[in-house]
Design a protein around this ligand. Sequence first.
Ligand code: 5GP
Ligand code: ZN
Length: 114
Amino acid sequence: MGNDCLFCKIAEGKIPANRVYEDEVCLAFPDINPQAPTHVLVIPKVHVSSLATAEDGHTELLGKMLAAAAEIAQRLGLERGYRVVVNTGNDGGQTVHHLHLHVLGGRPMSWPPG
Ligand code: 5GP
Ligand code: ZN
């Protein structure tokens, strides 16, 4: 998308990030404002604004992102468990409009969310 997307800039390397994971379709880096001892964001390299705007052609990408989340959790030692969250739209609390998975772990998670 245009130059104004923060996560596109990270994907393009224009803003540096600690890439804890990267493959041909996605990459992951720590959240700047972590909500758990481990809090990593998984983003697609292409711009997709949210889960709600993902299209049929993104099905394989979505599967790869979820598989990446599991791989990252394993690499980061989250053997006690973890949570994967996709905030979507206003009510979902989405603030960055480039699709991302939150991978949270390192402490017990409460349910339901607030
Ligand atoms: P959302 O609220 O859209 O689901 O999540 C966006 C996430 O991006 C937030 O958890 C926020 O802390 C994180 N974030 C916002 N700006 C930056 C940034 O510049 N770098 C990193 N690493 N994370 C960011
Ligand atoms: Zn983007």
